[in-house]
Design a protein around this ligand. Structure first.
Ligand SMILES: NC(=O)CCC(=O)C(=O)O
Length: 264
């Protein structure tokens, strides 16, 4: 299976419309890939909190139109990263969009863990509640978004739903780049799954982005990692290796569920 992670530079000298057209062209340039992955909130930047409201769009808005067409033209599965969605309830959500090779919206995922504690995304956006998996011909994909990477229980829920490959769009800051690499490897090792994590490059809202998109195999080995700038990271991997690893080193079978909280 061939995957292309497009690590987009999100800088303030480019309009949302210009970036959308540029990204659609980059997706079309990945013909031959089975799966193309974009980062989190690439229309605005994940830290451009002031832009979320003005750039918000309905689920089937302009980014959906552009990405559906690009997926169909490319003939690849497309995880189009996330957009600031204006929900039918009027609230904002950090919503990922996934397309089939015929350009149909196969799934959407509202980020469950919002970043910022008592600021930013955590107060501006509503939380998603539904973990999402998507069956591709070669593998079952579990989706998560950026800060979700810090919450192993979400990934276990995705494993229980059959996920063998995690796709994680992100807008991760340079300041915590070491966490990014470490967490991607941790989620891969503990779940014996592939992790395809695609971040942004550039600087927006004064926050330099980490880049360093990464693909990790079910043994925790880094198959490929990008640098800091805009880049397309292309990797070939055998998704069957997740099942093989789980068979050969069956740690997932030793899970003990429902442990009690210790009494003090
Ligand atoms: N956009 C995000 O979710 C940022 C997450 C982050 O910076 C962190 O977990 O650290």
């Amino acid at each position: 299976m061939r995957a292309s992670l497009i690590q987009i530079a999100v800088n303030e000298d480019e309009t949302v419309e210009a970036r959308r057209a540029r990204v659609a062209a980059l997706v079309r340039a990945q013909a031959g890939a089975d799966l193309v992955v974009l980062p989190e909130l690439w229309t605005t930047g994940a830290f451009a909190f002031g832009e979320f409201g003005t750039a918000a769009e309905p689920l089937r808005g302009p980014t959906h139109e552009a990405m559906a067409a690009a997926a169909g033209d490319t003939g690849a599965w497309l995880h189009a990263g996330s957009v600031p969605e204006r929900g039918p309830d009027g609230r904002l959500y950090n919503t990922s969009l996934l397309y089939s090779p015929s350009g149909d919206l196969a799934a959407s995922y509202r980020k469950i863990h919002r970043f910022g504690f008592d600021k930013g995304e955590a107060v501006l956006m509503g939380a998603g509640h539904e973990p999402v998996t998507v069956r591709l011909p070669e593998t079952t994909v579990g989706v998560a978004t950026c800060y979700d990477l810090r919450f192993p229980e979400l990934f276990r829920t995705l494993v229980d739903a059959g996920a063998e490959t995690f796709v994680v769009p992100a807008g991760w800051p340079e300041r915590r780049r070491s966490h990014w690499t470490l967490l991607a490897q941790a989620r891969a090792v503990e779940n014996q799954a592939f992790v395809l994590a695609c971040g942004t490059a550039g600087t927006h809202a004064g926050v330099p982005q980490a880049g360093h998109s990464i693909v990790v195999d079910p043994w925790g080995e880094v198959l490929a990692q990008a640098g800091a700038g805009e880049e397309v990271l292309t990797v070939e991997f055998d998704p069957a290796r997740a099942a093989e690893t789980r068979e050969q080193f069956p740690a997932l079978k030793d899970r003990v569920l429902g442990l009690e909280t210790p009494r003090r």
